[in-house]
Design a protein. Structure first.
Length: 243
């Protein structure tokens, strides 16, 4: 799946090579020693692994032939990729005031916090697509306290990679015609990662500045939103065959 391969890029720490079999359109990402994403196997996969090393070491892109297959290789500068995505995400933040003035008929509100946090309290009519499940979020928190921020972020990225199939499965159900407004606890790492995944999947995304904490602190906004008439959550979903 193209969106899954693209989304996995946010979990990588160093440059990788994207390989596309031009005859079939099948894709694979490798770091030169192992397959990081994609479902190629056998001799073709082995050839791609060997060939990808020359693109990591020198060439930026090129086409190589293996038997009947023409394979396009391109080195991906992960830092540059994330910086570009990050720049877009800075432009796509939204204040609470701007959020309240949006036409709610055209908005899907997504709470990316853990299921336990969501059940405790959330923005009315928000649906829950958790980046981390309850136990995962607890483990990341403990790692942060015991081993520091860097270790916690590494662990979080590993968990995101494992959770991508579940997350993408939920994202696919969202109505593409609507703007997705996402929030986490404070508008930090969780909403940033989820916004990146959604943007790579082709959705219009806005991140709520301050997250749920910012929303919850303003009782005036909370009360007015409680009284706003949104359609039932299920109207925010539809079958999307193009995804």
């Amino acid at each position: 799946m193209e969106e899954e391969i693209l989304a996995r890029l946010i979990t990588f720490r160093r440059d990788v090579v994207l390989a596309i079999v031009l005859n079939t359109g099948r894709k694979m990402i490798t770091d030169g020693s192992k397959i990081l994403a994609g479902k190629l196997s056998g001799d073709l996969a082995s050839f791609i692994l060997r060939s990808s090393k020359e693109f990591l070491e020198g060439k930026d892109f090129g086409v190589k032939r293996y038997g009947e297959y023409d394979i396009y290789f391109e080195r991906i500068d992960v830092k540059r990729f994330l910086k570009a995505i990050g720049g877009e995400l800075v432009e796509d933040v939204i204040t609470l005031d701007e959020f309240m003035r949006m036409d709610k008929e055209d908005v899907i509100v997504v709470d990316v916090r853990s299921p336990r946090e969501y059940k405790r309290s959330t923005i009315p009519n928000a649906i829950n697509i958790p980046l981390f499940l309850d136990e995962e979020y607890e483990i990341i928190g403990k790692t942060y306290k015991k081993e520091g921020k860097e270790k916690a972020i590494d662990l979080a990225l590993d968990i995101v990679e494992k959770n991508l199939k579940r997350i993408l499965g939920e994202i696919k159900k969202l109505d593409r015609s609507k703007t997705v407004v996402i929030f986490c606890a404070r508008g930090g790492l969780r909403s940033q990662i989820m916004a990146t995944i959604l943007k790579l999947a082709g959705y219009r995304v806005k991140r709520l500045i301050g997250g749920f904490k910012g929303y919850n602190l303003d009782s005036n906004y909370s009360s007015s939103y409680q009284n706003d008439n949104l359609k039932n959550n299920k109207n925010n979903y539809k079958n999307n065959k193009e995804f």
